[in-house]
Write a new protein. Structure first.
Length: 155
């Protein structure tokens, strides 16, 4: 699959915000935003995000994320963010997102997620951060992780 139709302004905010909060770049920032976008999409770790709204819908997932959640770009970017967690885990996810909103980022998130086909996996040591624009206004949230463990199916 080639590059999906990514909002480059959003990606710049996502990458700039990661550097702001974490004091390091998520990917090599050399070249133009298109080159950075390509590196992010093909990175060996998961990156996902959603913009702020009443019921946020995912607006970015790199190749690793699409594979893990078993979705194509169109399906992924039409999925409400809360649906990446099972109902039983959504309160915990909401608490974590409130912590991120209050502090800018967390680096120790751990939680169970579920793919389109119902495959469950435990995400560990995820970094979640607020995505802010050039003026510092909060626009959404993003997450990255490289550790997950498949879990047995529920009966």
């Amino acid at each position: 699959m080639g590059m999906p139709p990514v909002d480059l302004t959003w990606l710049r905010w996502l990458l700039d915000s990661h550097a702001l909060w974490l004091k390091r770049d998520l990917v090599d920032r050399g070249g133009d935003i298109e080159a950075q976008s390509e590196r992010l999409f093909h990175a060996p770790f998961v990156v996902v995000s959603h913009a702020d709204s009443e019921d946020p819908v995912l607006n970015y997932g790199n190749r690793r994320a699409l594979d893990l959640w078993e979705m194509d770009w169109a399906e992924f970017t039409a999925t409400p963010s809360r649906l990446t967690a099972e109902p039983v885990n959504r309160d915990e996810r909401a608490r974590m997102l409130r912590r991120v909103t209050a502090h800018g980022f967390v680096t120790d998130y751990r939680g169970v997620r579920i793919s389109r086909s119902g495959r469950r996996f435990l995400v560990e040591r995820a970094t979640v951060w607020n995505v802010v624009d050039e003026g510092g206004r909060k626009r959404g949230q993003a997450a990255t992780f490289s550790r997950w463990t498949p879990l047995a199916a529920k009966n």
